[in-house]
Design a protein around this ligand. Structure first.
Ligand code: NAD
Ligand code: TYD
Length: 351
């Protein structure tokens, strides 16, 4: 791999991945970042990268649904590998407005695959970044594996499932060299503050209400974004073509426990507004429609085949993440300056 096209590189995971790739992974080639800059994409997430890695990083502003642009980008930059992150990624938004999810996640992935097929002679890999949510919801027992049947429940997970199937079909039918990773919930720096962890950190730091959906009994398997980036790169380098790898943190947390831990860590790291422990800010709100109860990943395949394992514990990762959000208030206020609402889901929770 010499020149990798990263789609969605200005988002949360994509920007962490580009920094990792250029600075830490040992990769010495070039990165071309194709991003539409939606509300979730901020060039500031890659501040300093162009200067620090002069000649190795290029940004192309554009939509993955734009077939001519995608074709031209592959050709002009002599792309020989693709790592596809670009997506609409927030479940609550997909409930309020599913159209953009079908457009970007399904049509956009199809457009990329078609361009990749035309460009196949020069392409050594199409890596597709996906989610464990395609497998649906677990009860109190059991784990998702690469063999779990797809049962997506939200418009977001259904659109990601559709894109996974297309990627698989392009391998099966056209022999496109693909790999897929299905990862659990990520957290860490540069995550847009609509997702649980950054939303709760910022609201708790500002003394605002902490809206826990339902009874707060839902379970998520958390993985620090740096561990996810290492997993994606391991799969791209050494994963078997045509294979899927499930990636998780072995870190199941009940939502209420996660929010309480954030409150306690903040009480320690940003002491006292004089009104008592931040747990007082927690409130239970109307549940998300169709809310998946539990996600948990059995990641033995990637551990055994590729020697990957998560390095960050939840508490160490959460401490670093809280520190990052406290130290980057300007980033927070800038990414929130658009039409964005920190709590988009209020549209259905208050109805
Ligand atoms: P994000 O919402 O933070 O970023 C998405 C990026 O894609 C943004 O930079 C946005 O501008 C860009 N984008 C959106 N539509 C586009 C389009 N049509 N053309 C070009 N660019 C477009 O998302 P994220 O949390 O970084 O997730 C990245 C990928 O990882 C997604 O595919 C998501 O499904 C997957 N994933 C996320 C998680 C998680 O916990 N966040 C877990 C597993 C998998
Ligand atoms: P989220 O970060 O939106 O990720 P996902 O829905 O993809 O798992 O939500 C994580 C969990 O936290 C999920 O069970 C919904 C819950 N949640 C809340 O309780 N309150 C909130 O304000 C948000 C955004 C999420």
């Amino acid at each position: 791999m010499h020149t990798i096209l990263v789609t969605g590189g200005c988002g949360f995971i994509g920007s962490n991945f580009i920094r990792y790739l250029l600075a830490e992974s040992g990769f010495d080639g070039c990165v071309v970042n194709l991003d539409k800059l939606t509300y979730a994409g901020n060039p500031e997430n890659l501040a300093g990268v162009e200067e620090r890695f002069a000649g190795r990083y290029r940004f192309v502003k554009g939509d993955i649904c734009d077939a001519a642009l995608v074709r031209e980008t592959l050709r002009r930059h002599r792309i020989d590998a693709i790592c596809h992150f670009a997506a609409e990624s927030h479940v609550d938004r997909s409930i309020v407005g599913p159209g953009a999810f079908i457009e970007t996640n399904v049509q956009g992935t199809f457009t990329l695959l078609e361009a990749a097929r035309e460009h196949a002679a020069a392409l050594s890999l199409f890596h597709h970044v996906s989610t464990d949510e395609v497998y649906g919801s677990l009860g109190p027992e059991g784990y998702f594996t690469e063999e779990t049947p797809y049962r997506p429940n939200s418009p977001y997970s259904a659109s990601k499932a559709a894109s996974d199937h297309l990627v698989r079909a392009y391998h099966h039918t056209y022999d496109l060299p693909v790999t897929v990773s299905n990862c659990s919930n990520n957290y860490g720096p540069y995550q847009f503050p609509e997702k649980l962890i950054p939303l709760m950190i910022l609201n708790a730091a500002e003394g605002k209400p902490l809206p826990v959906y339902g009874q707060g009994r839902n379970v998520r398997d958390w993985l620090h974004v740096a561990d996810h980036c290492r997993a994606v790169w391991a799969v791209m380098q050494r994963g078997r073509r045509g294979e899927t790898y499930a990636v998780g943190g072995r870190c199941e947390m009940v939502n209420l426990d996660t929010v309480q831990l954030i409150c306690d860590l903040l009480d320690e790291m940003l002491p006292g507004d004089g009104r008592g422990p931040r747990r007082r800010l927690i409130g239970f709100v109307k549940d998300r429609p169709g809310h998946d109860l539990r996600y948990a990943i059995d990641c033995r395949k990637i551990e055994a085949e590729l020697g990957w394992r998560p390095l960050e514990t939840f508490e160490s990762g959460l401490r670093k993440t809280i520190r990052w959000y406290l130290d980057n208030r300007e980033w927070v206020s800038r990414v929130q300056s658009g039409e964005y609402q920190r709590w988009i889901a209020q549209q259905y929770h208050q109805s």
